[in-house]
Design a protein around this ligand. Structure first.
Ligand SMILES: [Zn+2]
Length: 202
C-alpha cells in the first residue's frame, strides 16, 4: 500500500477480478481508494485483486440490452441506459429479473426512488414484465433483497456500487438499508460511442 502512495500518478496498476480476469490497469490513486474501501487486495507483485466481479456485470448489461432493445421501459421513448428496477441501494441485483433499458431522463430522474413512487410521480404506465413483477410484490421483494444482501458474500457483487452497498450493510447492520439522498447522477457512458462501458472499473 505504501508504494502506491509514493507511486507516480501515471503508473498503471494491474487489476484482476475475482475470477482472475485481467481488467484495464488503473491509477495508483484508484487502487489505493479500493484498498481503503475494502473492495480489493494488493498482492506482493503489485497486482490489485478486486473482491467483486465487474465482468459479470457487463455481461448482464449486454443481455438486458439484447432483450429490451432501445426502448425505455418507463416512458416508452428511445432508451440507452440500463436501470435497476429495485435500486442497488435497496439491495437490488444486477440481474435480468431486476434490470430494464431506460432513457437517461427516466434513469436519472428516478434516481433511487422505488418503482411505485416513480410511477405515482410521473403517471407512466409501464408494461415491461420485469417492472410489473416488481410492482406486484414491491415490499416483499424489498425485504427479500435486504435479507439476501446481508447473507450473501461480497464476492456476489458485480459492480463497485453494489459492493459499496454491501459494505455499508455489513458495517452497520442495525442501520437498515437507507438510500442516499438524491444527488446529481454522473454517467460515464457515451452511448453514441459504445453501447456499453468497456469495463466497469474501480
Ligand atoms: Zn424514459
Amino acid at each position: 500500500m505504501l508504494f502506491l502512495e509514493a507511486a507516480p500518478a501515471d503508473l498503471r496498476v494491474p487489476v484482476v477480478d475475482l475470477e482472475g480476469h485481467r481488467l484495464t490497469p488503473c491509477s495508483p490513486a484508484k487502487a489505493l481508494q479500493n484498498l481503503v474501501d475494502g473492495l480489493a487486495d494488493l498482492d506482493e507483485a503489485g497486482v490489485l485483486h478486486l473482491r467483486y466481479r465487474p465482468l459479470a456485470h457487463r455481461k448482464v448489461l449486454r443481455q438486458v440490452r439484447r432483450r429490451d432493445g432501445w426502448t425505455c421501459a418507463w416512458c416508452h421513448g428511445p432508451g440507452s441506459t440500463v436501470d435497476h428496477v429495485i435500486p442497488l441501494c435497496w439491495g437490488g441485483r444486477t440481474r435480468l429479473d431486476n434490470c430494464v433499458v431506460a432513457c437517461r431522463a427516466c434513469n436519472h430522474s428516478r434516481n433511487n426512488a422505488l418503482p411505485s413512487e416513480f410511477i405515482a410521480r410521473t403517471g407512466f404506465r409501464p408494461t415491461h414484465p420485469v417492472i410489473l413483477r416488481v410492482l406486484a410484490r414491491e415490499q416483499a421483494l424489498l425485504r427479500e433483497a435486504e435479507r439476501s444482501l446481508r447473507k450473501r458474500p461480497l464476492s456476489s457483487c458485480t459492480s463497485k456500487e453494489e459492493a459499496q452497498v454491501w459494505l455499508l450493510a455489513h458495517q452497520a447492520p442495525e442501520a437498515g438499508l437507507k438510500p442516499p439522498p438524491p444527488g446529481p447522477v454522473v454517467t460515464k457512458w457515451k452511448p453514441s460511442r459504445h453501447p456499453f462501458p468497456e469495463l466497469y472499473l474501480p
